[in-house]
Design a binder for this molecule. Sequence first.
Ligand SMILES: Cc1cc2nc3c(=O)[nH]c(=O)nc-3n(C[C@H](O)[C@H](O)[C@H](O)COP(=O)(O)O)c2cc1C
Length: 191
Amino acid sequence: MKAIAVIGSPRVKGNTERLAQQALDAIAAEEIETEIIRLAGLTIDPCNACNACRRDPGGCTIQDDFQAVYSKMVEADGIILASPVYFGSATANMKALMDRAGYVGRHDGDRFVRKVGGPMVVARRAGHNFTFAQLMFWFYICGFVIPGSTYWTIGFGRERGQVDEDSEALRTATNFGKNMAWLLKSLGGGK
Ligand SMILES: Cc1cc2nc3c(=O)[nH]c(=O)nc-3n(C[C@H](O)[C@H](O)[C@H](O)COP(=O)(O)O)c2cc1C
């Protein structure tokens, strides 16, 4: 059984990664394999609406780093999508991945149905709710089973590492990770 966290920040080891790692640590404590996948430095272009994935299941005509990340997502039983807030929404990096993985996955035998997953969001000051909902919409339409926590999995921080000062965010991330591990085990890894 494996859970991954895809980090939508272009900043390596930033606040988003820190918060997601907190959840992964709780999952790993339940002896489930975990991995961080950083979109930083990868090229994932936006969907170009060629619709090739509808004709050729699993296919995508844009050859870039998407295929490697998509394979990791397909292989995982649990997926966290974690994004900083950029101008009130998820990063462009994360949105491109969501659009392509969502469409390719849907036409590739509903690849994400009954996997376990959920969103995590970090911002300096505002935009958490919208971005959280934006990511949640993706999980819902893709058929994920979504664990809750003791608050929404959001954190506050601007400079690298500042989210460490948000103790409630860390606690919420840990509780989310525990619930995700419980759900993964209860579902026996999902579909
Ligand atoms: C281009 C850009 C846009 C941002 N927009 C917002 C915003 O709308 N609301 C906010 O509270 N913080 C905003 N921020 C701050 C980041 O969300 C914050 O620094 C966050 O901790 C970055 O996460 P990271 O360390 O994982 O990269 C923005 C940062 C950048 C670089």
